[in-house]
Design a protein around this ligand. Structure first.
Ligand SMILES: N[C@@H](CCC(=O)N[C@@H](CS)C(=O)NCC(=O)O)C(=O)O
Length: 224
């Protein structure tokens, strides 16, 4: 089994993408816990120590952003979780992440980038306002604005999945990973939302996958 190194933290959606992708690609991961904001007891907003590492000169030489995840495969280093998924899919394709067809691959990339653009900013606000900030610093108004901001992109995803079982077509692909992890977090927030039967059916299909089950499903990776 191929083996890579990864720096990240289990409650980061971006790290979850990379870990789930590795599980699909049959790649073993040696994970080093790393973060400037989260640590073993909790997050810095509540006074806890972060895992660290990301501010070290060695880490910044690999990833100048100081973000997670970063992977190292032999002497090849890569950051940006969607690029990591694309790398895993290309290196280990055709396989569970990608059917080897250019159009499937770019359709998957379309939904991965869409997740960053339309879901992530609102989800980041929600995780801060509902989970990570101490109660006295939270704003119900900011949380409500983010909830409302998600409704339009969720309606777009719902309409798409009413026509297809997976975002890039008939089969699971790397394109399901970023929105799948994002929607798992959104559902766990349990906020008011319209009926989304197509998204819920797709999430049941994703829940059957081992990588999702292990790296994305646990509520503790989203609500702590
Ligand atoms: N677009 C980047 C975002 C990277 C990013 O901001 N990662 C977050 C976790 S999801 C992070 O590093 N947070 C600060 C930290 O944990 O130190 C990606 O997809 O990899």
């Amino acid at each position: 089994m191929p083996r890579i190194r990864m720096w990240g933290r289990p409650n980061s959606l971006c790290t979850q993408r990379a870990l789930w992708g590795c599980a699909e690609a049959g790649v073993e991961v040696e994970l080093t816990l790393a973060s400037a904001t989260n640590g073993p007891q909790g997050n810095i907003y509540n006074g806890f120590k972060p895992y660290g590492i990301v501010d070290s000169a060695e880490y910044r030489a690999m990833n100048p952003n100081g973000t997670v995840p970063t992977i190292q495969d032999g002497d090849f280093v890569l950051w940006e979780s969607n690029a990591i998924l694309a790398y895993l899919a290309q290196k280990y394709a055709p396989g569970p992440l990608h059917d080897g067809q250019l159009q499937t691959f770019v359709r998957a990339c379309q939904w991965m980038n869409w997740t960053n653009e339309y879901l992530e900013p609102h989800l980041h606000t929600l995780v801060m306002e509902l989970v990570r900030l101490p109660p006295a610093q939270r704003s119900a108004e900011r949380a409500e604005k983010a909830r409302q901001g998600l409704l339009k992109p969720l309606a777009i995803l719902e309409a798409h999945l009413a026509k297809l079982p997976f975002v890039a077509g008939e089969a699971f692909s790397l394109g399901d990973i970023p929105p799948g992890a994002a929607i798992q977090r959104w559902l766990l927030f349990d906020l008011e939302r319209p009926a989304m039967p197509a998204i819920e059916g797709w999430m049941r299909r994703l829940a059957a996958r081992q990588g999702f089950h292990r790296h994305v499903a646990p509520a503790a990776f989203h609500l702590a």
